[in-house]
Design a binder for this molecule. Structure first.
Ligand code: TRP
Length: 315
């Protein structure tokens, strides 16, 4: 491009050579192993290949937690620390707080002219959130939640958005906004794609299909060894097995699902499975080995978390 045809913006914008990722979390509190398996692990891989932006969506948080603002600051720190300790590299990833980039809110306002009210009302997460939070009438802000998300993504010209399946409708709306904007003003915005990982749901410690903070069946990334031990020793196993000498079921047994995911000693896992099926090992030993395996995996994570906390927050 010659100087004569370069606009001031194009001259200062950094060249975009790699595809760009934008993803984010609402600061709802500490992340757990279900988040790790569902999204964090994937993010850590993607940061090697793409320019990655990771946002902490504190404005999104206001749509449902207006009365609990005192928790937000701690939650923001926890979400950032959990991402860093899981392996997000701050030299590779741009991590930022949504409210500190006011352009996001400004673009949200402009985008809100491009989305009709009925279109926003049709997004399935609106009804789900109203049900979950017992909201009789949505605020204007809650209705705009997905439009704000479109602003997050398009503000950095994100090409790819790694999210869970529950967010698919928001990315679809983002695509519509980008197309509409481009129709009106030229080819300015990318039409981003959702990157939805194959469903790898981690069961909760109580054996229910999904680990979730609100169900009280989660192991947090930052849990100390004593809490992990307490939670694992209380885990559900094969409900049909009464005595350690009864043959047990390995498939779908949450203790073995966790072994498969977190125990790096494959020989130990194979041995435990074989003995479990044959009724030659008790639940206690299987759980104790899981506690040790998790303690091993969590050690680096805890060290990272403590170091990062000092580096980034000074406390
Ligand atoms: N809505 C997302 C969630 O609840 C969080 C989020 C906000 C987000 N802005 C985003 C995710 C932009 C991806 C891209 O999980």
């Amino acid at each position: 491009m010659t100087a004569g045809t370069t606009t001031p913006h194009a001259a200062t914008a950094p060249p975009k050579t790699r595809k760009r990722i934008l993803t984010g979390d609402r600061p709802t509190g500490r992340l757990h192993l279900g988040h790790y398996v569902g999204t964090l692990e994937n993010r850590v891989k993607l940061q090697e290949t793409y320019d990655t932006f990771l946002l902490v969506a504190d404005h999104h948080m206001l749509t449902t937690r207006l009365d609990r603002l005192d928790e937000i600051e701690t939650n923001i720190r926890d979400v950032v620390l959990d991402n860093l300790s899981a392996g997000i590299d701050p030299d590779k990833v741009t991590i930022y707080l949504q409210s500190l980039v006011p352009q996001t809110a400004e673009i949200h306002l402009l985008f809100s002219m491009l989305v009709t009210v009925p279109r926003a009302q049709r997004i399935p997460t609106l009804k789900e959130t109203m049900r979950d939070f017992d909201i009789a009438q949505p605020s204007y802000g809650l209705l705009g939640y997905p439009i704000l998300q479109a602003a997050d993504i398009l503000c950095v010209k994100g090409d790819l958005v790694p999210v869970g399946r529950d967010q698919e409708s928001h990315i679809e709306l983002t695509r519509e906004v980008a197309r509409r904007f481009n129709e009106l003003y030229g080819d300015v915005l990318p039409v981003p794609q959702a990157l939805i990982p194959s469903e790898r749901l981690l069961p909760g410690t109580d054996g229910s299909t999904k680990m979730s903070k609100s169900l009280g069946n989660a192991i947090d990334l930052a849990d100390d060894p004593a809490s992990v031990k307490r939670k694992v020793m209380g885990m559900y196993t094969d409900p049909a097995r009464v005595r350690a000498t009864d043959p047990g079921k390995v498939e779908g047994n949450p203790v073995f699902v966790y072994h498969d995911m977190f125990n790096t000693d494959a020989a130990e896992v194979a041995d435990l499975k074989e003995r479990y099926r044959a009724g030659r090992v008790g639940d206690v030993e299987v759980k104790q080995k899981l506690v040790s395996a998790r303690a091993e995996a969590a050690r680096t994570l805890h060290e990272m978390r403590a170091a990062m906390k000092l580096d980034y927050f000074g406390t």
